[in-house]
Design a protein around this ligand. Structure first.
Ligand SMILES: NC(=O)c1ccc[n+]([C@@H]2O[C@H](COP(=O)([O-])OP(=O)(O)OC[C@H]3O[C@@H](n4cnc5c(N)ncnc54)[C@H](OP(=O)(O)O)[C@@H]3O)[C@@H](O)[C@H]2O)c1
Length: 307
């Protein structure tokens, strides 16, 4: 895509803002819209234009990216009063990047196509830092011709773009990718609680996990924040909060139920994080979860070992 392409971004939360920052740095012309306009002000100061409604954004842009919380946010932004699809969008391209169920992307794609436009889904792996650096992992679903149209832009955002099938396939893969990671945060909390009597600095203990089969790739990047949390330090800035994790886990469980498969570990993990949220952790970063379990894991959750 040429640099003169006009890009619209609806949803300037943490990820949408990071993606907009990246595209501005790459020299693109970017217009943004956010339900709560003041959250887009930093982007305006960095050179983005501000649309007053999704309809205005879609009318202005050649390609519109949406990075929104969930299915309800997608519904409101695309189909609400002055929504994206109330503009004349014939021939335009939408790239939907939220983490939602495949059926949400499929239903949306049908509505977009009915308006004469095209939709590619690209939920992403990676958080705010990788988004700012163009190092996300894009799980793309869509028709091949549409994906090729989107690819130069996706290449600006992602270190790797995988076209995994038609619309819906990207959402399935993204939900699957997040599952072991989100269960891992709880597993790490439980593992650390086995080391309560081991007198090692948290940073060293986390480094041991990170350098062994006890740690996934995430720990190499987020390990220092987890170790700091073990010493009572709040992780800032928040990049992936516990409420968003709970939304992802609920989405996985809904999808599994529709597919007729069981996710018992996922269900138990959600129970633990619901409890963490009830205890005030909802808006805290994911890296606070292992320390939460280490310090607050309750006796009634202990299972009596078998002889
Ligand atoms: N954070 C991560 O590390 C990460 C990584 C990969 C994927 N994701 C996925 O990316 C998506 C966005 O995540 P995020 O971290 O950027 O979340 P966030 O900071 O909470 O931002 C959410 C965005 O959705 C908007 N929104 C929510 N409900 C809405 C509604 N009813 N109508 C219109 N807009 C609405 C918010 O607008 P307001 O500002 O007005 O509330 C905001 O722009 C989610 O699907 C998440 O699962 C996140």
């Amino acid at each position: 895509m040429e640099e003169t392409l006009k890009i619209g971004i609806a949803g300037t939360g943490r990820m949408g803002s990071a993606i907009a920052t990246r595209l501005l740095a790459r020299g693109h012309s970017v217009t943004v819209w956010n339900r709560t306009p003041h959250k887009a002000q930093a982007l305006v100061a960095s050179g983005a234009s501000l649309a007053t409604a999704p309809k205005e954004l879609a009318a202005e842009a050649d390609v519109t990216l949406t990075v929104l919380t969930d299915a309800a946010a997608i519904e409101a932004t695309y189909r609400g009063a002055h929504g994206l699809l109330s503009a004349d969008v014939g021939g335009k391209l939408f790239i939907e990047m939220s983490t939602v169920r495949p059926e949400v992307e499929n239903a949306l794609a049908s509505m977009v196509v009915a308006k004469g436009a095209a939709l590619v889904e690209c939920p992403v792996g990676g958080t705010v830092g990788p988004a700012k650096e163009g190092k996300l992992f894009g799980f793309v679903g869509g028709d091949t011709a549409d994906v090729e149209r989107a690819r130069p832009l996706l290449d600006d955002l992602c270190r790797r773009v995988e076209h995994v099938g038609p619309v819906g396939a990207g959402a399935s893969v993204k939900l699957a990718i997040n599952l072991p990671l989100l269960v891992y945060y709880q597993a790490l909390g439980e593992a650390l609680s086995l080391c309560r009597s081991v007198n090692i600095e948290p940073a060293r203990l986390i480094d041991i996990f990170s350098d062994s089969s006890g740690g996934p790739n995430m720990l190499k990047v987020r390990g220092p924040a987890i170790a700091a949390a073990m010493q009572g330090k709040e992780t800032t800035p928040v990049t992936f909060d516990v409420d968003l994790i709970r939304k992802d886990l609920r989405t996985m469980l809904d999808e599994a139920s529709a597919l007729g498969v069981g996710l018992p570990l996922t269900a138990q993990t959600l129970e633990r994080y619901d409890e963490a949220a009830r205890n005030g952790l909802g808006k805290s970063d994911a890296t606070m979860l292992p320390a939460y379990w280490l310090h607050h894991g309750r006796p009634q959750d202990r299972v009596t070992p078998r002889p």
